[in-house]
Design a protein around this ligand. Structure first.
Ligand code: ZN
Ligand code: ZN
Length: 334
């Protein structure tokens, strides 16, 4: 638990760098305070509180890194004490739960299952012959060689992605990485499988440095690090650098999105990329413009094949129910 680790870090630090009371208070209240951020922003009308809290959270994480790994008894006692004061909640729905995602939220997850487009992985529209690419994939050529997603961008899966991204609930990183790992391993048993068993590395679709500083973390990088641990596939987190801080894509047409994303990425370490097969990892596939731009940069640097795996895939228009219309595109660049 984030809070307990931070507090324990202050108690067991042999170097004498004990956390201050103010520091601990921030550690205890930061998660709750972050949940109130939209309110704070609405009232204040600016982004300062979010930046300030993110800064505190970063410093708290630095404390965690510098803490010695011993004294597990103290950690356990603190964890139990803190759980009395602040019982664990589901990170998605806020109901009391010992699990990061409660059973009720997990039961509501929707998954993309065959039949789906063998290229972009979007649920196949009614009537599309099995194994045929969807209309979008038939009419365009892509740098991206194929994409898959765990589920459509709705249900509690969508909520999980959004609360990780916008409320900074990093406890969701592990369950989200587990869902991606599971989907990655399942690919071999799917019709028209992409060769996820022959990847050289996984590559996060990184944020622009300015946006990463503003948010305080880069969710794609953090997810990829966990995915590396779960799959044993190397995470090449510096393969891409985002060189343009593109404007938010909400409200843009697919063509405008592609134009907005043009030359947004550059690939580093060309020698490592040459001839390789890579899997881009991101949270949401909206129109594919971001993943396409990232794939283009990797191929320009010599990559042979580039695939993508995301947590969710935008709900196709023919499958959008009225309450989702409009917010299904949320968030690709916020
Ligand atoms: Zn829940
Ligand atoms: Zn398709």
């Amino acid at each position: 638990m984030f809070v307990s680790k931070v507090m324990a870090a202050g108690l067991v630090n042999d170097s004498g760098a004990q956390a201050t009371v103010a520091h601990l208070a921030v550690a205890v209240f930061a998660p709750r305070a972050q949940e109130r951020l939209p309110e704070i922003e609405n009232i204040a009308g600016n982004e300062v509180p979010r930046r300030r809290l993110d800064g505190h959270q970063l410093r708290c994480e630095e404390s965690m890194k510098s803490a010695p790994a011993h004294n597990s008894l103290a950690r356990r006692l603190w964890k139990e004490l803190l759980e009395l004061v602040y019982p664990p909640h589901c990170a998605v729905c806020d109901q009391l739960s010992q699990q990061v995602i409660c059973p009720s939220c997990r039961e509501q997850f929707e998954f993309i299952v065959p039949p789906y487009c063998p290229v972009c992985g979007q649920t196949a529209p009614p009537g599309l012959p099995e194994g045929q690419p969807c209309g979008k994939c038939r009419s365009s050529t892509w740098a991206l060689d194929g994409a898959r997603a765990v589920g459509p961008h709705r249900s509690t899966l969508r909520e999980a992605v959004l609360v990780l991204k916008f409320r900074g609930r990093r406890q969701l990183l592990d369950p989200i990485a587990e869902l991606l790992a599971q989907r990655l391993f399942e690919e071999a048993r799917m019709p028209h499988p992409l060769p996820f068993d022959r990847l050289d590395a996984i590559v996060p679709v990184v944020l622009h440095p300015a946006r990463r500083r503003w948010r305080g973390f880069d969710q794609a990088v953090l997810i990829c690090r966990r995915l590396e641990q779960l799959t044993g596939i190397r995470c090449h987190e510096t393969a891409l650098v985002r060189v343009r801080n593109t404007k938010p894509q909400i409200g843009l047409t697919p063509a405008q999105r592609r134009s907005n994303m043009a030359r947004a990425f550059q690939a580093r370490h060309d020698a490592l990329l040459r001839g390789g097969r890579f899997l881009l990892v991101d949270d949401v596939y909206t129109t594919g413009a971001t993943l396409e731009a990232a794939a283009h940069a990797l191929k320009k640097a010599g990559a042979d094949k580039v695939y993508a795996l995301t947590v969710t895939h935008a709900v196709p228009l023919w499958d959008v129910t009225p309450p989702l219309l409009g917010d299904e595109q949320d968030a690709e660049f916020l």
